[in-house]
Design a binder for this molecule. Structure first.
Ligand SMILES: [Zn+2]
Length: 336
């Protein structure tokens, strides 16, 4: 993935403050609360309270979901240990087998094709695991498992970039498996060819998702997708998920609300800006999307796409925060 035309802005107030800080010159991170609304009369207050009580949904007593963060961290370690895993190389094939071995008994679909790139032809293999729900509609969660072809000879292992996304989806599968879902179907997609083979451009990036979005548009799947969330670089021990301005605001806000339930909102949205990632082909087709990514990996993003993207920079707690938040977001989407 990469930053869009403008760089991320800091600081950002939480989403309940909906005004543009871009217009403000702030020397230190600070938020200003808007003036409170005038107090309505007592009678009006009572009327509002009554109508709100009538409209209020039943209290949500469902326990907050929890992933097994230790297990997700071990998956990340095992995925990184495969080494460079660009489209079609031996380590990539081994990782495909590893993913499929962890999905035995699940409903799997393959989206395989050949990408014609500036560096030649590469096989691209998106892997989809489907967990059916009773409601008509799909929640899609995507995460890429490939690493960069140009970094194949520098000892690059992509623990965070490629590793954490692969692992968190495997853990989501563990949480979804063998449970009957009252809500929407959940589809997990291990995407391939997210990275550029030479240098990032519209035509050299997102090979897997550009293909999948087109396929899902043709076969009518896109119309059924209620929300699509991309997991990318979510293992950084210093976790700061960006508010991506290419994503859908209401879905970003729902994720924030889910994070708030466990008191984890301080890890979300301190920066904002446009990010190009696996969600873009779906943005272009009007699907509600959220890119869940921490694109500040080490001071000034110094570990990103370097041989320093290794396990010692990551924390199981970060996987836990994102994992629990996204499972709760699924729960909130089911209630909508
Ligand atoms: Zn990357």
């Amino acid at each position: 993935m990469r930053l869009g035309a403008t760089s991320l802005r800091v600081p950002l107030c939480p989403p309940w403050l909906r005004f543009s800080l871009a217009l403000l010159v702030l020397s230190t991170p600070a938020c200003t609360k808007p003036n409170p609304a005038p107090t309505p009369s007592t009678a009006a207050t009572a009327a509002i309270a009554k109508s709100e009580a009538a409209a209020a949904p039943a209290p949500d007593s469902a326990p907050l979901p929890h992933i097994d963060a230790k297990r997700a961290f071990e998956y990340t370690r095992e995925v990184a240990a495969f080494g460079p895993r660009y489209m079609g190389n031996e380590a990539h094939k081994k990782l495909e087998r590893y993913i499929l071995d962890h999905l035995k008994g699940d409903q799997i679909e393959h989206d395989d094709f050949t990408a014609d790139t500036v560096e030649g032809k590469f096989p691209v293999h998106n892997i989809i695991a489907k967990f059916p729900g009773k409601n008509d509609g799909i929640i899609a969660i995507l995460g890429h498992y490939d690493t960069n072809y140009p970094l194949r000879n520098i000892g690059y292992v992509g623990a965070n970039d490629g590793g954490s996304s692969t692992a968190i989806l495997l853990e989501f599968a563990n949480q979804l498996r063998a449970k009957s879902r009252d809500g929407y179907s959940v589809w997990l997609v291990w995407t391939d060819g997210e990275e550029a083979v030479k240098s990032w451009s519209d035509s050299d990036s997102l090979y897997g998702t550009r293909h999948l979005a087109e396929k899902w548009e043709k076969d009518g799947t896109l119309k059924k997708i209620k929300a699509l969330m991309v997991m990318d670089m979510i293992g950084d021990a210093d976790l700061n998920i960006d508010r991506d301005t290419n994503s859908t605001p209401w879905l970003l806000d729902l994720i924030y609300a889910a994070a708030q339930k466990e008191g984890n909102q301080s890890h979300f949205y301190a920066r904002q800006g446009p990010i190009e990632d696996d969600h873009i082909p779906f943005v272009k087709r009007g699907v509600p999307v959220a890119d869940v990514i921490d694109l500040d990996y080490g001071y000034n993003n110094v570990f990103h796409h370097t041989a320093q993207d290794t396990m010692d920079k990551l924390s199981p707690r970060s996987l836990e925060i994102v994992g629990n938040t996204i499972l709760e977001t699924i729960h909130l989407l089911d209630q909508r």
